[in-house]
Unconditional design. Sequence first.
Length: 440
Amino acid sequence: MGTDQSPPIPTVAVVGLGKIGLTLAAVYAKNGFKVYGADKKEDVVKLINQGKSHVKNEPGLEQLILDAHQNATLTATTETSEAVGQSAITIVIVPVLVDESNNVDYRQIDNAVEDIAKGVKKGSLIIFETTLPPGDTRNRFGKKIEEISGLRMGDDFHLAYSPERVYSNRIIDDLRRYPKVIGGLNSKSLELAKDFYQKALGCELIEVSTLETAEFSKIAECVYRDVNIALANELAQFAEEKDVNIMEVITAGNSQPYSHIHLPGIGVGGHCIPIYPYFFMNKGLPEGLTTKSRAINDSMAGFAISKIEKELGSLENRNVLILGLSYRENVKEPTKSSSLLLMDLLKEKKANVYMNDPLFSDIEIQNYGVNPLSMEDSLVTEMDIIILQAFHQAYENLNFSQFKNCKLVLDGRNKLNRKELTDLGIRYEGIGIKGEKNDG
């Protein structure tokens, strides 16, 4: 009489355990995979192996990590080649950013791919989810893996690209909600990738014809948003010249079903929109709307400062408080935040720059060369100017009466109660909203 044997548990390596990589690993573990996570940060690996998440403010993630730890379905290591060697499938979600000159910075992912190549086995499937310039999956990374491993892509190992498309603070929900775009090196790679994502995520799948199409689609999404935010910012500036409130314009205009005017603001930040357009611009698209939009959106911090100077004159020795180091509301992420541009400009104007952000410690804020300011600090009464950059939930009921010396609030997200401020004798300025002219 034979003994029943359970089928082997499918194995997957996740290379890069940041907020997206860790969430992917936890969801895969929940959906029946044995997951080997790899990250170069020892403190991250240690926490995961204790059943703890280093990523906070991501609903549901901490419980998934604990469950995976208790079920022994997720372990982590600093040895990428070891994780890859234990797995049939490898997911690569290592950051690719730009340097100070906006050139693509491949250092982290190049190192990761070298380690992957040392551990890859014949028959393995490698899927890149990191946003990449079109052609990189095949020509930069596929060839590098071939060179180091001695295996041939398409024959000895399979290669696919499927961009991450999620939003911080709702990654788990977005993994279910958003269709997964998938491109493969060949039909076999595509079929294997489809089979994996059907089991691992259970979401809708969109097949595209090539790796490059899938890579292009992710950057196109970001360029679309950057261009349309730039249009909103351009219209907002023109609206001020015409004494028109842009927020009224947007509400009225978007009542037409083919109009989708985005919201203007003090700038665009984060890992995606201000970075990925350069993956086109530096690879053969140096002019046009993509380039112009980047310039417009990065100029909005300067536009905001000029509005303040027009009303109050010189900013030298003025106490300026920025609300929000993060690039957007309710996320602890300073990458490319407009606050960084604001800080630099205000320092050039010789202002005294203060920062409040409830998601960051005083030391973290000080590392950016500005003064942290708690709302309980008596110095709040000495602030001359307040600039709202990130409308965190903590600011929704902020008591502005405590800012007894404040002369002007620049609402960089058009979110504050204008009447409340003007009733306190504080001048209000928004983006596309001028001071007193639109009060009536």
